[in-house]
Design a protein around this ligand. Structure first.
Ligand code: K2U
Ligand code: ZN
Length: 173
């Protein structure tokens, strides 16, 4: 099912998420709900804290082409290597709607994780996948892309999100 995505500021988006000890049916259901929620947004990545679950789980599909989706479910993802070379991408975030800013990150990252079958995986991502996986793993450590911006820019975006949340709350009444 499609789950509501938390909007910044929210304490659950700033938490250090808990490691997953056992891949249960509930966690596999959460992962499939997260993929459904991500495609609906639409997005190319989503982290569990964004749907209010502060556990170390992310999903991604930076599909190369629309007819070749490649949904990935990553439990306890860890970056084990990053390139010295950096790339800049104009990032957004489903928890900070309509705000975009250039963020510089290593252009390649090696990640290890456990997949939904319980199998250990390792892959070196590059391009948009590298940007996306680092953006999602930041979410598991309570870090948002606006944390890479200057204080003024971050405060301006946070104030815009607080206004948006007030408007959503008024609509809801
Ligand atoms: O984590 C999220 O909020 C989903 C992010 C993932 C992402 C952000 C920046 C750069 C790459 C991935 C996005 O909102 S998904 C939306 C999107 C779609 C296409 C390209 C970039 C971002
Ligand atoms: Zn995000």
């Amino acid at each position: 099912m499609i789950r509501p995505i938390l909007i910044h500021p929210d304490p659950r988006l700033k938490k250090q998420c808990d490691p997953i000890r056992e891949i249960t049916a509930d966690l596999r259901r959460l992962a499939s709900d997260m993929l459904e929620t991500m495609y609906d947004a639409p997005g190319i990545g989503l982290a569990a804290p964004q749907v209010g679950i502060t556990k170390r789980l992310i999903v991604m599909d930076c599909m190369k082409s629309p007819d070749a989706p490649r949904p990935l479910i990553l439990f306890n993802p860890q970056v084990t290597w990053t390139s010295d070379t950096l790339s800049t991408y104009e990032e957004g975030c489903l928890s900070i709607p309509e705000q975009y800013a250039d963020v510089q990150r290593p252009d390649r990252a090696t990640v290890t994780w456990t997949d939904e079958t319980g199998t250990a995986q390792e892959e070196t991502f590059e391009g948009l996948w590298a940007t996306c996986v680092q953006h999602e793993i930041d979410h598991l450590n309570g870090k948002l892309f606006i944390d890479y911006l200057g204080l003024m820019r971050r405060q301006m975006i946070t104030r815009k999100m607080e206004k948006l949340k007030r408007e959503i709350a008024r609509e809801g009444r």
